[in-house]
Design a protein around this ligand. Sequence first.
Ligand code: FAD
Length: 397
Amino acid sequence: MAKCPELIVVGGGLAGLLLAAHAGERFGDLLNITVIERALPKAPEASLDTRATALSRGSKELLESWGFWAEVSTSAKAIENIHVSRKSRFGSALLQDDAAQNEPMGWVVENALLQAALLARCEAVAVDVIEGHEVVKFTTTSERPVLTLDDERQLVADLVIISDGAESSLRNQLGIGAKRHAPSQFAIAFNCETDGADTGIAYERFTNEGPLAFLPLPGSGDNKLRYNVIWCAHQATQSRLLALDDQDFIDELQSMVGWRAGRVTKIGRRAGWPLSVVVSRELVRSRCLLLGNSAHTVHPVAGQGFNLSVRDVGRLIALLEAELQTESPFDSVARLSDFERASLSDHEQTIAATTLLSGLFDMPQPLIDSMSSMALSAIDVLAPLRRGVADFGMGRR
Ligand SMILES: Cc1cc2nc3c(=O)[nH]c(=O)nc-3n(C[C@H](O)[C@H](O)[C@H](O)COP(=O)(O)OP(=O)(O)OC[C@H]3O[C@@H](n4cnc5c(N)ncnc54)[C@H](O)[C@@H]3O)c2cc1C
């Protein structure tokens, strides 16, 4: 019997694990699948120190059609509406989907829970997960890529999916360049508890230096509403805020966000980093494809990074299906490039939309004031525009 082709996924973040789990489910009999992950996070306990991802309605539809949604939804919090406002201005808008009132606008899941669910799925479909080791060297023989691990093991692949994150070392080793936009904003991400009512509303507040987003987290209740918060600001402000003690930080946060989400009673660990946009110049090389943050790292303002990867996973699965019907799968760069052609316009549109939104804050102050106030009142008044913003947020473009 002919040997099954070897699919190796480098990087077991959300993007790599989703691809491996879905490929294992669909083509487990036709492919040997291995994931190599340097370090998986520990499952979160009831802590405020977690990271979370907003899933769009488009992602939910895909995950549902792939049979993953039942597990994901058990640890997801529905976003019923998104409240958009501008600090110190009157304009505000409640974004909701008029066409499907019973369906939430999105869902928030904690990354570690999503990752644990995907890992369990990988194990159930016999994906081999090599954890605690990293790929240190990537070479190609005349025919196949060879991956050398930090314990000197060598693995030969028929196809490598490179999903090793924004600073992808494999992308660099392959000599694939990336376009980098230096950050003009810096983010602080953390979770907080408030004493507000559990309404399922997410809050997006436009401040003078960038957006401040409050996403409701699962497990809220008993007057302990939990939110995942991303606060974007200039570098000096970020450094100052990170150095404050918890109570002073809470005071500044409260004055920035107002009281709609309630009184902030507690915050978890704060993490800060620059919000650079990194876009790979190529997605395909001989027997290699880029996926997730190694292909595109976007501003988190509209929560689009992983949602974009979910759509890429859909396109990759279609490519794998077509390749497995050929006589020698994965041997033609021209055929693999169908993935690049299908994905690039989606990447460009998503990056352009999120860059436009975050770029509003780098304009001269009077201009941004009038534009964002106009935008907010327009969103309130003009149903088609409101619909467009809501559709973008729900991943339905
Ligand atoms: C603050 C913030 C908020 C966000 N919010 C949202 C949101 O609400 N919605 C949304 O859709 N997206 C969001 N995103 C984007 C989202 O987090 C990412 O797109 C998503 O996590 C996918 O990442 P990834 O798997 O591609 O990369 P990563 O999460 O970076 O995973 C890469 C993995 O590869 C491993 N690795 C690296 N090098 C090697 C090696 N040589 N060998 C083996 N393993 C290796 C790493 O250990 C890591 O686990 C947000 C991002 C940020 C920064």
